[in-house]
Design a protein around this ligand. Sequence first.
Ligand code: URA
Length: 207
Amino acid sequence: MDKAEELKNLEAEMAADNMLPLRESNLVFGEGSPDSKVMFIGEAPGFNEDREKRPFVGRAGQLLRKNLREMGWKENDVYITNIVKRRPPENRDPLPNEIAAYQPYLEKQIKIINPKIIAALGRFSMNYFLPEAKISRDQGKVFRFKNFLLVPIYHPAAALRSTEVLGEMQKSMKQLPKILEKADEFLAQSRPEQPEKKEQTVQKKLF
Ligand code: URA
């Protein structure tokens, strides 16, 4: 079975799972290349995402996609998804039980795609992987996480509200092609010595 087929099966499994919360909203599974080396993971779908059943298609999504194009990456060459795959009512923050309910599916999705880099967009996505991290302190840094590099980046919705945040988000995104170029090297160098440690900082600032 190829990756695209595995993802289709996973999506069907999610759609049929009556135990998942937020079932009054549409399933927004994710999109992009199943062979992508880079996954962008946001928080949860909003109004437009729910309507179109596609991640990051509203104002914040357009900003993300514009930045991808400016980096010379095609939207379809990366994979874009969220931690929680259905819209919380009124776009409220996802609750811990909702994040936990969607976790097994996100883990399978990551395992199928097997990216070299996960760009965690915003606080919720970053704290899913790194509970102690702080977005203003840690965004733009590169962490070793299991068998991929984790790069927390400001959420594009926050960048729409502040030119300072926008500048930081753009700076961090522009580092991604260079990080990808060196990903194999970083991953080989930083093989965790203590496997029980969940993550390990590779380097505070790579460039
Ligand atoms: N914000 C997110 O975190 N995800 C989306 O898909 C859209 C907006």
